[in-house]
Write a protein of this length. Structure first.
Lengths: 299, 196
């Protein structure tokens, strides 16, 4: 029975190693969430669990209730950063999420500590969340995220934090935001309070373009995005974009889904000019849009 | 980093789990209702025929099937719905009895194994870990089903640390072995083990 006992001791040891850096976050009614003491005085949690702006408190592992202020938030990666001055010195031991492989045994932890056990079920490349955030690696988990576990650490079997668990990025999947992304976003949030992202000021939906029209206009693809809202005085409005225009390409690259547009709106593109090819009333039209910066969401 | 995890000793892990399953199988009993239908599980607590199960499983005299597969009549000798524990006695001696562990020493994250008769399937094993420890209950991240009630929850050494009682919000809830000992001491003075 030695092998099982040794694994059991490792898992319990992993919980004990990370538990001193797990706090309970009170920033929404009823169900508290979990937070990770990431750096001295800074707690990171899942953005979707932060509903309140004022009166946020965190409960430390030893049961102290401390006031916290929102230092910044990024809905795109579902991360929020809280400043908690008197937290003490027990930041989480952070591990290397690039080493994660399908089948690795992992733990999801909540305040208490409480533990959930499972395996990494999918590891994928860089992806973009439905809220537009850039996430360095897809980490899908086969384990149960119990109520209140969002914002808590994903821990490898050696007791290192390799991600932050959230149910806020996909409805049917349990995902972790990898530690690499958490570190990057925490850095940006602690400096600026938000994550910059390029912005056109458009709401769009995917549409199919009939083949005769595509052929007639010599379009690069048979799909596009129809403009359903135009932010008044936004970057696209200033360039002359109208409701009902169908965006088919940006800088010559076809766009068939919102993802294709978001992929071309990284922080480095703010201020740059992009050439938009649109179909308007059955004809081709081109316009130059100066990419703006996404306004910050007010909760 | 632990060698068991970087270079998983799957043969060793499998053998360990199988050894525990075999040992638990010897001390897990099926509990059947008056019409012979399976209603839960129990643990052979003492070799002279004392079996513990949940109070919600054993409401009256029942029949039990030990590891020898023979049904026997079992008499309900004590019952405490508050702690969800019941004691049954079968007319037997020299039964293989469970190694009882100390539930007070459980750590969050420890591996645990449950055995019972989920959906009437005798002596099925499930594995998980300790989710949270409270004084009066053990919460385990482990899948249980109807028929697991009253069966053993064991640690990674195969020692029984609790009796599985219910599922709440997907979590397995078990009555700690410490509570079971107290129940046995209070209700059945004749069934004390040496040293307890």
């Amino acid at each position: 029975m030695e092998a099982l006992l040794s694994l059991s001791n490792d898992l319990a040891g992993a919980v004990e190693r990370v538990a001193p850096s797990i706090v309970e976050v009170h920033a929404r009614p009823r169900l508290p969430s979990t937070g990770i003491h990431w750096r001295a005085g800074l707690v990171v949690t899942a953005d979707h669990t932060v509903r309140a702006h004022d009166g946020i408190t965190v409960t430390t592992p030893d049961g102290r209730s401390l006031p916290a202020t929102l230092a910044g938030r990024d809905g795109g990666t579902d991360l929020a950063l809280l400043r908690v001055p008197d937290l003490g010195s027990s930041p989480a031991p952070v591990g290397d999420d690039t080493a994660l492989r399908v089948g690795h045994m992992v733990l999801a932890l909540g305040y208490g500590p409480r533990a959930s056990w499972g395996v990494v079920s999918v590891v994928g490349p860089r992806w973009r969340s439905w809220r537009g955030g850039e996430i360095d690696r897809l980490v899908r988990l086969d384990l149960v995220l119990y109520p209140g576990f969002s914002g808590g650490p994903l821990v490898d079997a050696s007791g290192r934090v390799v991600g932050l668990n959230t149910s806020g990025l996909a409805r049917e999947m349990r995902l972790a935001v990898p530690a690499t992304t958490v570190a990057r976003v925490v850095d940006e949030l602690s400096r600026k309070g938000h994550v910059s992202r390029g912005y056109l000021g458009l709401g769009m939906r995917a549409v199919q373009i009939p083949e005769p029209l595509r052929a007639q206009l010599g379009l690069p693809g048979n799909a596009g995005l129809i403009v359903v809202t135009v932010e008044p005085d936004g970057p696209a409005a200033r360039a002359g974009m109208l409701l009902g225009d169908v965006l088919v390409a940006l800088d010559g690259a076809p766009v068939a889904e919102l993802e294709d547009v978001q992929a071309r709106l990284g922080p480095d593109r703010i201020g740059a000019t992009t050439t938009a090819l649109v179909v308007r009333a059955g004809r081709r039209a081109e316009m130059l849009i100066q990419i703006g910066e996404q306004p910050r969401r007010r909760a | 980093m632990s060698p068991t995890l970087t270079e998983p000793d799957t043969a060793g892990l499998g053998a360990s789990a199988a050894a525990i399953a075999t040992a638990l199988g010897r001390v897990t009993v099926e509990i059947r209702g008056p019409n012979g239908a399976p209603i839960g599980a129990g643990v052979v607590w003492h070799s002279d025929g004392l079996i513990l199960t949940n109070a919600h499983v054993a409401r009256r005299d029942v029949s039990v099937v030990l590891s020898d597969r023979r049904p026997r009549a079992a008499r309900l000798v004590a019952r405490d719905p508050g702690r969800d524990l019941a004691a049954l006695v079968v007319d037997a001696t020299g039964l293989p009895d469970a190694a009882i562990g100390d539930s007070r020493a459980l750590r969050v994250g420890e591996l645990v194994l449950a055995m019972g008769n989920p959906f009437g399937l005798p002596r099925a094993l499930s594995a998980g870990l300790v989710h949270a420890v409270e004084r009066s209950i053990i919460q385990a991240d482990l899948r249980l089903a109807p028929g697991n009630s009253g069966g053993p929850l064991a640690d990674a050494q195969g020692r029984v640390v609790g009796l599985n009682a219910m599922v709440v919000g997907g979590l397995a809830i078990a009555v700690p072995s410490e509570t079971a000992w107290r129940f046995v001491r209070e209700q059945l003075h004749g069934h004390r083990r040496p040293g307890r």
